[in-house]
Ligand binder design. Structure first.
Ligand code: G6P
Length: 614
């Protein structure tokens, strides 16, 4: 979390930094700050609690000039979100400034040592400690900034992506990373640095993804220099960005979340592109082709993920067990990594992550690898840490997701998992040819069915209006729709701050039923399938206690419609594919409720899109 951006070249840095910070605000928005060195050699730092827009207001009329600068948008870890704890942070002499994304775990002992040497600290942050240490080394060992950064980082434990500016060397920027992402854009006569490519793409498509424990020195008029912490010189590997500017702009929608909900017919299609040939009854997945033997022999699949991606894993559990007849465990990455889990060499561990940067999921991947399991990734961000750390896997190809609440990434993840499960079933011989072909056809039809559901937006908005004032909500589903209930509840609480719980419909009797009264909206996925009659009974149980039922039903449904207060009819599909379309009205519902309640949909309080701290 936290977004970092930096520029060095001939252009004015401030507008580039601000635009970049606005693009990175999804990573945190507790405070924002910039530092520029002007042509007179003055280092100007402006930082403010709140959003980038607050910083812009604050900085109006001040000296914002300079062709070298750094910027930061913060998700607070050490120290409350206030002006003092905002980045950039100064060194003791105030000659150096630094921005940082990540956590320096041993900052307390370093701080103690520096205090004994007379350093004084203004903030409670770990970042300030690191920049003091860098300066201490620079002064006492008489080294250049790049070497001082290298030496300091050899002393720290933790995760970081940092950029350092030195007032006395305005033609140089030093950047380094470990465990937090960092991209360097290479322009004609300038350099850009950012946490992801979105602040860079409109200036250059040539980028270098810095690897862990690498230190980059960017000097005006010179080539990019990279060394690792062992002082070995690294030849930069320049890649071409494939994202387009339009994909990271709102494109006429009020919010990124709404745009991303509406993108789903396209993004699901893109997740299947080149992989599913429905007419030929064929699924090909390049990223797992080398692991087919493992698929055939696997005794178990373990999914690891966090948040919405964890819900996609739960859908995966139903699919892999049903089609490929392989036992599946779904783990919160944060629990898995610290539990000393039993992992066998013939286990397949699948890590799912939109960002590919979630710290707990990345650590779970490393743990599983160290135990000899085959580890596959299902990531959205190409080239992300998890994608690189895994033995293979499949990208979801949903395109950049900017709204903090995940929508299109979820359906893309479920799409990829469905294809993987079917492919594995084929390899293991656990599915009949006719069932396999039927599911291939059904998958092919999903994008147009999502389009049909999106046409129900006005109806969903009316349902949202009728339920926007409730302070609690219950979401129920059975079978493969149970994870959809969890995801529906998560979407609502994330962006509208309504307390919501997802439950397996039958489990309601073991607790949540006590909460039901005429004030309590109960959202139920009650589509046709093996569990339909059972869900209808659960709905009756709610109605008997005067609860309000809002049901997602299959087109043409009569039974649920007769008792529910509101229904949304979605097109019929195979019952195992229902999550891909049943989640759409729940996403829209949360969106409208949040907008009606005046919430910041794209940047809900306290959350961040990419959680790079554990
Ligand atoms: C954060 C985001 C969620 C996301 C979760 C896991 O909590 O706000 O939207 O589901 O992290 O992120 P990942 O990038 O690993 O899917």
């Amino acid at each position: 979390m936290c977004g970092i951006v930096a520029y060095i070249g001939r252009k004015e840095a401030y507008p580039i930094l601000i635009k970049g910070l606005q693009r990175l605000e999804y990573r945190g928005y507790d405070s924002a700050g910039v530092a520029m060195i002007n042509s007179g050699g003055n280092l100007n730092v402006f930082k403010r609690k709140g959003k980038v827009s607050d910083l812009v207001e604050f900085a109006k009329g001040k000296d914002l000039s300079g062709t070298v600068g750094i910027g930061h948008t913060r998700w607070a870890t050490h120290g409350e979100p206030n002006d003092v704890n905002s980045h950039p942070h100064y060194s003791q002499s105030k000659n150096l400034v630094m921005i940082h994304n990540g956590i320096i775990e041993n900052y307390a002992s370093i701080k103690e040592g520096l205090k004994k040497r007379g350093n004084t600290f203004l903030s409670q942050t770990d970042t300030e400690v690191l920049i003091h240490l860098i300066e201490h080394i620079q002064q006492h060992e008489g080294t250049k900034l790049g070497q001082a950064v290298q030496a300091a980082l050899n002393q720290v434990i933790g995760a970081y992506a940092i950029v350092v500016l030195d007032k006395n060397d305005p033609d140089t920027i030093v950047a380094a990373k470990k465990g937090s992402p960092m991209v360097i854009g290479i322009g004609d006569d300038d350099f850009y640095i950012a946490s992801d490519a979105s602040p860079i793409v409109e200036y250059t498509k040539n980028v270098v993804y810095l690897d862990d424990e690498q230190v980059a020195v960017l000097r005006k008029g010179h080539e990019l220099m990279i060394r690792n912490l062992k002082d070995k010189e690294i030849t930069p590997y320049v890649q071409k960005l494939t994202i387009e500017l339009e994909s990271i702009e709102k494109g006429g929608y009020d919010h990124f979340m709404l745009k991303e909900i509406y993108e789903q017919p396209r993004s699901v299609r893109d997740s299947m592109r080149g992989r599913l040939k429905a007419n030929e009854g064929e699924i090909r997945m390049g990223g797992i082709i080398d692991h087919e033997k493992k698929f055939e022999k696997a005794k178990r699949i373990i999914f690891v993920a966090c948040g919405t991606s964890w819900h996609a894993c739960l859908v995966g559990e139903y699919l892999f067990e049903e089609f490929a007849r392989v036992p599946v465990e779904v783990e919160y990455a944060s629990e898995f990594r610290y539990r000393n889990p039993v992992i066998y060499q013939d286990d397949i561990v699948i890590a799912i992550s939109q960002s590919g940067e979630t710290a707990d999921t990345l650590a779970a991947v490393e743990l599983a690898k160290s135990k000899g399991a085959t580890v596959l990734g299902v990531c959205n961000v190409v080239g992300s840490s998890i994608a690189r750390a895994t033995h293979g896997g499949s990208y979801t190809h949903a395109g950049p997701e900017i709204g903090v609440a995940s929508t299109k990434a979820f359906t893309a993840q479920v799409t990829v998992l469905t294809l993987m499960a079917l492919h594995m079933a084929k390899v293991r011989g656990t599915i009949s040819e006719s069932r396999y072909r039927q599911l291939c056809y059904e998958m092919d039809a999903i994008p147009s069915k999502i389009e049909q559901v999106l046409q129900l937006n006005d109806q969903v908005r009316q349902i949202a209006f009728a339920n926007k004032d409730s302070s609690n909500a219950l979401y129920l589903g059975r079978g493969v729709s149970f994870p959809v209930a969890l995801e529906g509840a998560l979407k609502l609480k994330e962006i509208s701050y309504i307390h919501a719980e997802g439950y397996p419909a039958a489990e309601m009797k073991h607790g949540p039923i006590a909460l039901i009264d005429e004030e309590m909206p109960v959202y139920v996925i009650a589509t046709k399938g093996a569990n339909y009659e059972k869900v209808v009974s659960n709905i009756q149980e709610v109605k008997a206690r005067k609860g309000k039922i809002i049901a997602v039903v299959t087109s043409g449904d009569k039974e649920v419609k007769a008792v529910a207060d509101f229904t949304v009819e979605i097109p019929e599909t195979d019952e195992f594919l229902v999550p891909l379309i049943a989640v759409i009205p729940l996403q829209l519902l949360s969106y409208h409720i949040a907008v009606m309640r005046g919430c910041n949909v794209d940047q809900p309080r306290n959350l961040a899109k990419s959680v790079t701290v554990e």
